[in-house]
Write a protein that binds this ligand. Structure first.
Ligand SMILES: Cc1cc2nc3c(=O)[nH]c(=O)nc-3n(C[C@H](O)[C@H](O)[C@H](O)COP(=O)(O)O)c2cc1C
Length: 419
């Protein structure tokens, strides 16, 4: 029977775990930070590269490599910003870490700050996450009171402040450059790249934006034998465990910590307990609403970055949304297109117009005004957004449209054949 592999959730799965600073220290907390303080920052970056950890925020970019791009010798301060916006539909994993083991994440943020030479780190949390904001602020207060933040923690000679900053609840502010604009007090809108944040980020200074889960991997990576164990949890280039947000029509939805050499089929049928009410599986949105949808006969594949990319989809934020044979995929797409039309920031024309028109066309089908021509137009509107916008929100809106239209055309045809 497939079970979780506990690295990030080791404490969380212990019902007796006390998430206070004292409780975290009892589990060996902050030993990794101490070890890191004995290393040179460039050695820390090298070790993170060696571990193979890839960003858990959606793009899967190698974290160590990203840090090595940080501009040096600019005379400007460097920043590390934790992306705690968690706005991708279906994703609810960073929330678990922030609420239930805040010091694990904060230790990771401190390790990362040391690696990139940051003396003031920010956590950008989405504004609606009141309990997470409260928990993180309380945890940061504990760290200051203990001397782990501020001046010379653990006698390291390093100084670090952490500020918890709340957003106002916009999907676009999860995109790293929109996040930085929002953090600077502006309206959150993506920036033209290059320059990338590693060169010109927060207030024009070298910046790395990293997802909460990515940072939470660091204390384990710097534990004894951590790098080798981390690498052993998945195929090459897909190292570590990851948090899978499993939702939809499964018997046991939840957030599970799994190795990256586990198949989607096993996640749905073993971890998720199969499809509820004995129904058949129709399909899966594999990595948050931005990922191309999969049909039931495609799930015999390892759930990791590379194996999903090979079959034309993506793992994204590892939010797997499962839907059964009774699901109306036209209504499903309508829900998705409404979301993107609402959340497009409006800066780029293809995204602003494309998200509006795709929602409108899907609505036409639901209202009995669909046609073969409109089905083609829907696919075309999606295609016109792909790769034509400043940020990936345009792609995120286009991929579910094109994949649903191409994999389930009959469902759209049923609408206009019967209404
Ligand atoms: C529209 C949009 C929304 C995003 N939302 C999030 C988010 O909520 N959390 C997150 O970590 N990354 C999000 N990302 C990805 C970030 O831009 C960035 O790649 C990520 O925070 C980098 O961290 P990582 O390297 O640790 O994955 C989003 C990207 C886009 C295009």
């Amino acid at each position: 029977m497939l079970e979780e592999t506990l690295v990030l959730f080791k404490n969380i799965r212990n019902p007796k775990y006390d998430k206070s600073l004292a409780g975290y220290k009892k589990t060996g907390g902050f030993k990794s930070l101490k070890k890191v303080f004995g290393m040179k920052p460039e050695e820390v970056v090298q070790e993170v590269k060696e571990s193979g950890v890839r960003g858990r925020g959606g793009a899967g970019f190698p974290t160590g490599l990203k840090w090595s791009f940080m501009a040096k010798g600019t005379g400007k301060p460097s920043y590390l910003v934790a992306n705690a916006d968690e706005s991708e539909p279906g994703t609810c994993k960073d929330r678990e870490l922030m609420l239930k083991d805040p010091h694990l994440f904060l230790e990771g943020l401190m390790i990362g700050s040391y690696a990139v030479g940051c003396h003031h780190a920010y956590v950008y949390v989405r504004g609606e996450f009141f309990p997470a904001i409260k928990t993180l602020n309380a945890a940061v207060d504990e760290l200051y009171a203990d001397g782990l933040l501020g001046h010379d923690p653990l006698g390291s000679g390093f100084n670090l402040d952490i500020t918890i900053h709340t957003g106002a609840g916009a999907y676009i502010c999860g995109e790293e450059t929109a996040l930085l604009d929002s953090l600077e007090g502006k309206r959150g809108q993506p920036r033209v790249k290059p320059p990338f944040p590693a060169v010109s980020g927060f207030n024009g200074c070298p910046t790395s934006v990293n997802n909460v889960e990515t940072l939470a991997c660091l204390p384990f990576i710097f534990s004894d034998g951590g790098v080798e164990s981390f690498k052993s949890f998945g195929p090459q280039n897909n190292s570590g465990t990851h948090l899978v947000s499993l939702s939809g029509h499964v018997n046991s939805p939840g957030v599970y910590e799994l190795r990256m050499d586990v198949s989607m089929k096993d996640i749905i049928y073993e971890i998720g307990g199969g499809i509820r009410n004995g129904k058949k599986l129709k399909g899966v949105i594999p990595g948050g609403s931005s990922s191309p949808v999969m049909k039931a006969d495609e799930i015999d594949v390892l759930y990791n970055f590379d194996d999903l990319a090979k079959i034309g989809t993506m793992m994204g934020s590892a939010a797997m949304m499962v839907f059964d044979e009774d699901t109306d995929v036209v209504k499903l797409l309508h829900r998705i297109t409404r979301f993107y039309a609402h959340e497009s920031c409006g800066q780029c024309t293809p995204c602003r117009e494309g998200t509006h028109w795709s929602r409108q066309i899907v609505r036409d089908f639901l209202n009995g005004n669909g046609s073969e021509e409109k089905l083609k137009r829907l696919d075309r509107v999606g295609g016109n957004m792909l790769g034509t916008t400043l940020c990936a929100l345009g792609d995120a809106a286009a991929l579910p449209i094109q994949s649903i239209v191409n994999k389930f055309p009959e469902e759209f045809r049923n609408y206009y054949a019967t209404t």
